[in-house]
Structure formats: C-alpha cells, structure tokens
Design a protein around this ligand. Sequence first.
Ligand code: ATP
Ligand code: MG
Length: 722
Amino acid sequence: MSTHPLLADLNERQQQAVSATDGHMLVLAGAGSGKTRVLVHRIAWLIQERQYSPFSILAVTFTNKAAAEMRGRVEQLVGSSVRGMWIGTFHGLAHRLLRAHYMDVGLPQNFQIIDSDDQQRLIKRLIKSLNLDDKRWPAKQAQWYINGKKDEGLRPQHIETYDPTEQTLKEIYTLYQESCDRAGLVDFAELLLRAHELLRNNRIVREHYQNRFRHILVDEFQDTNSIQYAWIRLLAGSQNSVTIVGDDDQSIYGWRGAKVENIHQFLSDFEGSETIRLEQNYRSTSTILRAANSVISNNSGRLGKDLWTDGNDGEPISLYAGFNEMDEARYIVARIEEWRDQGGSLQDSAILYRSNAQSRILEEALLHARVPYRIYGGLRFFDRQEIKDALAYLRILGNRDDDAAIERVINTPTRGIGNRTMDMIRQAAREREESLWQAAKYMVNEKQLAGRARNAVGSFLDFIESLDDETEEFSLGRLSDEVIKKSGLMAMYEAEKGEKAETRVENLKELVTACENFTLDDAEEDMTPLNAFLAHASLEAGEEQADEYQDAVQLMTLHSAKGLEFPLVFMTGVEEGLFPSQQSMDEPGRLEEERRLCYVGMTRAMEKLVLTYAEQRRIYGQELFHKVSRFISEIPADTLHQVRLQTKVENPNSYGRFNNAASHESFEQTGYSLGQRVRHPKFGEGTVLNYEGTGPQSRIQINFDNVGSKWLVVAYARLDPV
Ligand code: ATP
Ligand code: MG
C-alpha cells in the first residue's frame, strides 16, 4: 500500500493523528516527538485531502515567529498559498477580531495596544489622582489584580466584595477601565477578554465564526490560561473540531496564570475526544534524551509519558565548571569557534540562559572574538532603555555638552521639567549657539524661566555638579553605583515593579558589575576610565546585530527557547540560586516549574548539549558563590563528561576585556594558576579565583571550601598546591 505523500515521513501514531476524521483530539507527548509537525501536516491534510478551505481553519501558536514558520511549512506542503487561514498567537488573533468588530465592542477604529509598562504607569497616575498613598497601594499590586480579574473574565461590576482592600482595588480597576475606554487603549488581558465578550454576547458574530472555523488547532496547549481556554470553547461551539497538542512537562508559564489543568478540563469538556500519545523522539541523541527524562522524572503529578529514540548515542553531555562567569563565557565562545572551524554553522548553535542579565558577559565575549550573534526576542545589553538612561548620566558627568544625554535624562526620573520648559531651553540654545547645558545654566542664572521651572532646572544642574565633585576620587564601579542611586533611576525602576521593571533593576546592577570589572587596555592609557568605558559601551551598542540572514549564534532565555531546536546548545549558569532561581527554592510548586524549564532547555539540543556554571559569579552587582545546580545531580553520571578547568587562562583579572597579556605574565610569576587547588595552613583547601597587582604587593583571591572567599597577599600566604 503506498502512503499518501503527506503521511510519508511520519510514524504510525503521527499518521493516525494527521489523518483522523473530524472530532476532538489531544496529542499529548514529550519534547521533540513531532507534535508541531503533526499540527502542520494535519492542516495540510485538511486542506488537501479533506478539501477544507484554508478559510475554515484557525491555528494558534505561541509566538508570531512560530506562526509565520507554520504558515510557510503548510504552503510548502500543499503547494499553494493558504491566505484566508487564520494563524497566530492568542493575542494576535484577538487583536484581529477586535479590529474587524471594533464597533460591536465599543472601541474607536484606531484603538491602541498598551504594553505592561504603559499599563503600570497609567495605573500609578490614577492611584495618585484618587489621593491614595502609593506605598500602601503599589501600582504593581493593582495591575496584578486588574489583569487577574480580566483573565477570569470579570469586569468591575461583576465583583462584589465587602473587603475594604478589595473595594479600593475595585475602585482603581473601575477608574482604570474608564480611562482606557476614553482614550481607546487596550491592554494585553483586555484583548483576550474583549474578544471573548464579543463572541459570548454577540450571537451574530459568534455564529459567523463558528460557521467559519471548522477546525481549530492549538500548539503548546499546556501554557493556555483560563480566558484563552474559554475562547476556544466558544469558537468550537457544538459542531467544530478542536485539535490540541501539548506536553505537561513543558508548562513553564504558571507564574503568568497558565493552567496546565486545562488539559484535563479539555478531556471532560470536549466530548468524545481522542487522545494520541507520541513516544518517539526525533530530535535528540539518546544520551541527551536519557538525561532530560531523568531530570524530569523528579517531578510529581506528571501525566506520565515515555519517550525513546532510535537515534545514536551521540556525544556525552559536557559539563564545564568555570571559575567565574568570564571563564564560562570564554569557554562557550571557544567551543563555538571550534564548531565553526569544523564546518558547523553558527545559526545551529544557541546559548540559553535563565536570566536576561546573564547575556552581557556572553555578548562581550562573542564581540571580542568577532563571532556574530543575535538576541532572540530582546535587545542587546547596552541597547536596553535602563542602561541607556544610566549611561546618559555618566556621559553628562564626562561631558556637560552632550545634548542627547541631557535630553534623555533631564526629566528621567521626573523632576518637574516639562516639555514647555525644555522647548524654551532648546530655543535659547539655538539662539545663543550653545549646548543645552549652557543654555539651561544661562536661563536659570538670568531668571529667564518661571519660578517653578527655574527651581527644577536649577536643582538638576546643581545635582550634576555636586555629583561630579563628590565622586571625583571614585573608582568607575563606585561611580556608576552612586550615579544610578543618586539620580533616582534605581528607585524609579524599583518602584515600577513589573516583570519588566524587575529585569531592569537587575540590568542596572549588572551595569555596576561591568564598570567594576572594566580595565583600560594599553591603547587607552590616555583616556579616563569613564570615557574609555563609555566609548566601549557605545561601540557595543552601535555594533549592528547580525541581520536576519547572517549566520549568527542565537542567544535567548530558556523561556523563549520553547518549541525551538538547535544542533548545538549551551545551557549556562546551571547553579543553585540562579537555576533553579533563588525565589523558587523554598516553594515546591515553583521548583517543579524550574525543573520543567530545565527539561525544556535540555530538549532543545539535537546533537550536542553543553552545560556550564560558574563557581563565582558577579551578577546583579553582587559577588555570588553558587553550588552547581541540583538538576545536574539528577542527570545520570554516565551521560555526563566533566570538562576540566583550563589552567592556561588569558588575563582573568580583566572582566571587561578579554586580553591583557602583560598582567597575565606577572601572575604566572607568582607560580599559581587560576582554578588551581591550594591549601592554606589556617583556612584549608580552596580554589584560586583571581589576583591583582604585581611584585610583593600582589594579592590573590581564593575561594576556600569552608570559609568562603578571601584575598591574601601572595608573599605571606603560605599556600601549598594540592
Ligand atoms: P516540542 O515539544 O519541543 O515543541 P515537538 O513535539 O513539537 O517538540 P517537533 O518540533 O514537531 O516536536 O519535531 C521535532 C523534530 O523531529 C523536528 O525536527 C521534526 O522535523 C522531526 N520529526 C518529527 N517527526 C518526525 C518523523 N516522523 N520523521 C522524521 N523526523 C521527524
Ligand atoms: Mg513543538
């Protein structure tokens, strides 16, 4: 019997799923078992074999990029355009519905979407306008409340409460909604809620779409929330077929309200639904798969799936213990260069990290080695808003006439210097042909500004001057720390407290680390450290990100790697306190979510998986000594290959720069090497981490097993190699 071309490269279970007749179906299967592939082939099958018009198909994916890829694959399979098929993310599809029916939902035609940051700022303003104390009523809390209610489908009028706290939150919600409606603004949760209300309340619209979408298919179903689920139910009505694919072990958005229980709910709500389990993994070597299966088996309450492969063993998983994050980054870059030299393409390699702040040091190492890279779903470190804000202050300290820097932060954080005042200063600067700083000074001294504005501008000028005086003797690290704090930037981002704002705070702290570790190289002896650092930062930011078609290493968080695959994968920072994250360690539920994230990360690798960690890490402006992650101990020892510390290291003392041969030689003269194990008569055994200075003054940093890190003068340390 000859197989249909659409079924040709599928296994029996996959064929069964692809060619199933109408009706509901759950495909429950582990990573890399072909769930997404089944979805693509099923769509093609419906169009080609079952003669469904693309018009009658609705497919939901997790990212816009995944949607574009899926559309492309389907077109390739059916050999024609599938225009008319709706495919996108829940938010994208909801947006589309609202655009088509803006009048029915009471929105202006040009309604705008606001992101989580905009939303928080708006809420903050409203809390103030209600004369509420914003310490007692943080915007973040109100935001959580509002979005949580929207996710449950509740409007203020549906909330009945006698609890005084909730009554106030309800009042904020009410005011917020009125204000959004007046301005034609729609937040993310509102997109879903409003689209849901449209379908629920408007019979004509509902029936139109129910009659249209005969087949609804959802990828990554384990990460849907309540309102998304309710949406699918409404669209499905009583006659349409719903196919969902998912993996409970890959549910990683619980912290955002995703409900893995929706899988059970589906089975009871969608009658007669067929469950298909796929058990063969086509993505990874058996070594990688065995390791990932072993890690996830430590979670409880799993739906339970077997996953096997008939692929070969492949190479063992490498585990590299860097003595610090620089060493970790250097090792990764060396491995990538090796991969490239052996004919591998950069595109095929991905570096995954738990926290965004980890990217800086990796980016720097890649830039230094001239290896093109791309950050997937994010900005590069020095391009990020908060980093640019902080750098603007530093730039002003270095050069008062830096107009762009003044424009950026003269009123960030807000200090009452409005647009009108700025316009006057700009005009004066133009007329007098001087910088904004000079013009502002003139206008303050000559009383050219009205009282309030004059005070505001005057105190900004004074603030910069006094900051400059105070910090004259400071090291670059201390200077940046002072600037971030005194300018109010840190407080501003700390007060915002959104998910994004938390990342911003981490990034600011990471900037301090970058400054602390920065050293001038020989060619820069004539520059001040501040100017050299600023030059370095703007060069990095200005450096073009690899464009879409250039061969480049992919950098991304573990969360955004979901659904993707790469021949070579680095999973970095595999340390207790970072991964699993500190906050998750005392909560079993969250720890299990971290473990699922680990499972997601490991199963992205097709041929080679490299795990790395750092014994010492400077991150978020702190020096941390982490133990290797518990997840490593959950990997069978026979699949792991420990890479030994490289004793031959380029200048370890220079975090910001990757080569500095002179100081390296001077360190070698001490007779110790980085990563070397030594014994001290009093402190016991430890590992050499760092050193500074030359000659009799040189000091060495050792992380002692029992007493932690210490700096010792080499000449007196009485260290014995072990
Ligand atoms: P994840 O859970 O990570 O999203 P998935 O279950 O969606 O994974 P896919 O991405 O669809 O898995 O498939 C993983 C890889 O295996 C892809 O490269 C896919 O092309 C390949 N693959 C799937 N099924 C087969 C098959 N029957 N024969 C050959 N290759 C296959
Ligand atoms: Mg998939």
